[in-house]
Design a protein around this ligand. Structure first.
Ligand code: PLP
Length: 386
């Protein structure tokens, strides 16, 4: 196989989802706490806007960057949330937030370059960095720091080959939220390296639990010329299957990113863009309702996991995951993942799916009902006492 193709990794959550579905099809009772997608339906007013767009005849291509009204609505919503001044020309609507990380790594990575990324972190960061030909340089997120990033540690990894640094808060898989002071320190440090770009994955920005605060890199104008922001509708509005996301690009990359879109997907599904517009401009109470449900379930997982033998769990502060420490069970993460799914019908993800630093951890998603979470915890307890 061509070496670049051989470098492509994957996202274990999708294979665990497939295996869970296979077991369910065989009649097994499987509780899925594996995949990271809201279990709520897309709010009805958003669905209606998508249907109306189709009825109104929005069947054709749209501008490659996305319809103007949607790009303006994204800029306005970011102004509302973070007082950020965004030129709608720098907003790119994409088929999923994930595409921003692929475009950023392919535009900036190449053989000989280095890209710094979090471990444990979303698995597609390392995969797409390798695919670009660049060398992935991990920085660790540790439990004793609440899984927050350490700005000094990241800055110490910069070399003359560094092109891009990736950060993610609130984070997948840890549920950690990085405090403002640490992000500010990183931003400040990076302004001294104006040739290095920063990609801030803010896909969970609306899922921050009481007591924590979301810090968007968009609230620091001094980094705008180096900043790429990844965000979208998947997690905030329960729209994973619509395939919608957006990138905020610095002026220096906006046109090239658009050219990549023209070379790949041409534009995002037209009706989905109208649904996205309704999501941003409509009633936001659905976002708060879902946030509260995730917060409640994260609390259930946190307390339940801490009561199990050999398991400890830091309190999740955002996103919708509990990342529990299983080193006291004397089992590896992969063993426990497989034992829980195959023998006890509970789908969760091994910490090692998110990088080497994930050994000793399992990721539980809060995207299931309170009852399902309680049953999964009871099954995990049985598994550990067997
Ligand atoms: N970034 C992180 C950290 C994620 O966890 C995900 C999805 O799981 C994404 C980006 C991509 O989201 P989407 O492509 O569905 O918008």
């Amino acid at each position: 196989m061509h070496t670049r193709a051989a470098n492509l990794g994957t996202e274990t959550a999708f294979s665990v989802l497939a295996r869970a579905a296979e077991l369910s099809a065989q009649g097994r009772d499987v509780i899925n706490l594996g995949i990271g997608q809201p279990d709520f339906p897309t709010p009805p007013h958003i669905v209606e806007a998508g249907i109306k767009a189709l009825r109104d005849g929005h069947h054709g291509y749209t501008p490659s960057k996305g319809i103007a009204s949607l790009r303006e609505a994204v800029a306005e919503s970011l102004h509302h949330s973070y007082h950020a001044e965004i030129n709608p020309d720098h907003v790119q609507i994409l088929p999923g937030g994930k595409v921003v990380m692929f475009f950023a790594t392919q535009l900036l990575g190449e053989a000989g370059a280095e890209i710094i990324y979090p471990d444990p972190g979303f698995p597609i960061y390392a995969s797409s960095i390798r695919f670009s030909g660049a060398t992935p340089v991990p920085y660790s997120l540790s439990e004793d720091k609440g899984f927050a990033l350490d700005a000094d540690d990241i800055l110490s990894k910069i070399t003359d080959k560094t092109r891009l640094i990736i950060i993610n808060s609130p984070a997948n898989p840890t549920g950690g939220v990085t405090p403002r002071a640490e992000i500010e320190k990183l931003v400040h440090g990076l302004t001294k390296h104006p040739h290095i770009y920063l990609m801030s994955d803010e896909i969970y920005d609306k899922l921050v639990f009481d007591g924590s605060e979301m810090t968007s890199c968009l609230s620091f104008p001094e980094i705008r010329d180096q900043l790429i922001v990844l965000n979208g509708w998947s997690k905030t509005y329960a729209m994973t299957g619509w395939r919608l996301g957006y990138g905020i690009w610095p002026a220096s990359l906006a046109e090239t990113a658009d050219r990549l879109a023209v070379n790949t997907h041409s534009c995002v599904n037209a009706a989905a863009q109208f649904a996205a517009l309704a999501a941003l401009t409509g009633d936001q109470s659905c976002v708060e309702d879902m946030r509260q449900a995730f917060q409640r379930r994260a609390g259930l997982l946190h307390h339940g996991l801490n009561a199990l033998p050999g398991v400890t769990c830091a309190a999740p502060t955002g996103a919708f995951y509990a990342f529990c420490n299983i080193t006291g069970t004397q089992l590896t993460s992969a063993d426990l993942q497989s034992r829980l799914l195959e023998d006890y019908g509970v789908a969760v993800i091994s910490g090692t799916s998110f990088g080497q630093m994930g050994e000793g951890y399992l990721r539980f998603s809060c995207a299931n009902s309170d009852e399902a979470i309680m049953s999964a915890l009871a099954r995990f307890d049985t598994c550990l006492r067997a």
